[in-house]
Write a protein that binds this ligand. Structure first.
Ligand code: ADP
Length: 319
């Protein structure tokens, strides 16, 4: 079983030729759909084959109803705190060059409380892996990780978005941290006082990357996702479960990417699912699966909607 603690948003997306400048009014092609890193990752974990509970806060509105309907359709055990605020929203402009500008209204997501998470102890007690991001209150995530630790579950922190703070007290409760390049650069700046540009990380050799990872999370495993380059894995000291090396790269799956939105969410959900489903496999096997899963998700448009099923991943890549 996987427990995901995180956000649900209703995404409002406009495609525009150019991103709007201050004072400008534009028209663009509009679509709306589910989003939020928590929900995307829960959907990925469920479709990757793990029994999945999603702990979140929803408004008493159409957005909340949408979340409930989608969770039911994917067999997700939804544990939602009924919020006073409206369901979280995101306003997204996507320019012709693929760049975007995003404003998030956390809404009900900001109301997720330690007390409510505490009440989900039965789900956490049955979990092999507990996965969270930084779109929910840190105190709620810390409560989930403390319960997970007490139950012997693996804790995974996806420190996203990059501009959100992951305090040292939260990192201390994480067994595995999974930043992308910009999130890694942001966390290094905060926690290790290292000014490394996100673009420069891709140029670093394995020794240098490993050293940065060790500074960020001395006690645990860091998986830095590198887009089309796959990812870099850095373990603390002795190797985990049969892995031969403390650091290694795992190449991305050969895919034809059309939309990488939510690729990181796919990776995290699949990694948590694999850890929970195959607790005795070597860590590198989980990462290989997560790369394949996330790779396949980039061949389809959308975030949650693009998450493939485990059978599709196996049919495509074997295993
Ligand atoms: P984020 O979506 O958070 O920016 P990344 O871009 O690092 O995260 O992507 C996460 C994972 O998705 C990668 O580690 C890789 O497994 C997969 N992925 C992303 N882009 C591609 C791509 N172009 N080709 C193959 N796999 C990809």
């Amino acid at each position: 079983r996987v427990v995901v603690v995180g956000s649900f948003n209703v995404d409002h997306v406009w495609r525009v030729a150019e991103l709007p400048r201050p004072g400008e009014t534009l028209s663009g092609e509009y679509r709306t759909g589910p989003g939020g890193k928590g929900f995307n990752q829960a959907t990925a974990a469920a479709r990757a084959g793990a029994a999945t509970a999603f702990v979140c806060a929803l408004g008493e509105d159409a957005g909340g109803q949408l979340a409930r309907a989608l969770a039911t359709a994917d067999g997700i055990d939804l544990r939602d705190l009924p919020g006073r605020a409206p369901t979280g929203t995101a306003g997204i402009y996507v320019g012709g060059d693929g760049r975007n500008s995003i404003v998030i209204g956390p809404g009900a997501n900001a109301e997720l409380s330690p007390a409510f998470v505490e009440g989900q102890g039965d789900a956490v007690a049955a979990a092999g892996a507990v996965l969270a991001q930084l779109e929910s209150p840190v105190a709620a995530v810390e409560t989930a990780f403390r319960l997970a630790r007490a139950a012997g579950a693996t804790t995974l922190l996806n420190p996203a978005p990059a501009d959100a703070l992951a305090p040292a007290s939260l990192l201390a409760l994480a067994d595995i941290v999974t930043p992308n390049e910009s999130e890694f650069a942001a966390q290094l700046r905060r926690h290790a006082g290292e000014a490394v540009a996100a673009e420069a990380l891709g140029q670093l050799d394995d020794d240098a990357l490993h050293a940065h990872c060790r500074r960020l999370l001395p006690h645990g495993t860091v998986v830095v996702t590198l887009g089309a380059q796959g990812c870099f894995v850095s373990h603390a000291g002795v190797c985990l479960r049969g892995d031969a090396h403390a650091r290694y790269r795992v190449p991305a799956a050969p895919v034809r990417a059309v939309d990488t939105t939510g690729a990181g969410d796919a990776f995290n959900g699949a990694l948590a699912a694999s850890l929970a489903l195959r607790p005795h496999a070597a860590f590198v096997e989980h990462v290989r699966y997560a790369n394949r899963y996330a790779g396949l998700s980039t061949e389809r448009p959308g975030a949650a909607a693009a998450m493939p099923r485990d059978a599709e991943v196996r049919a495509r890549f074997g295993g």
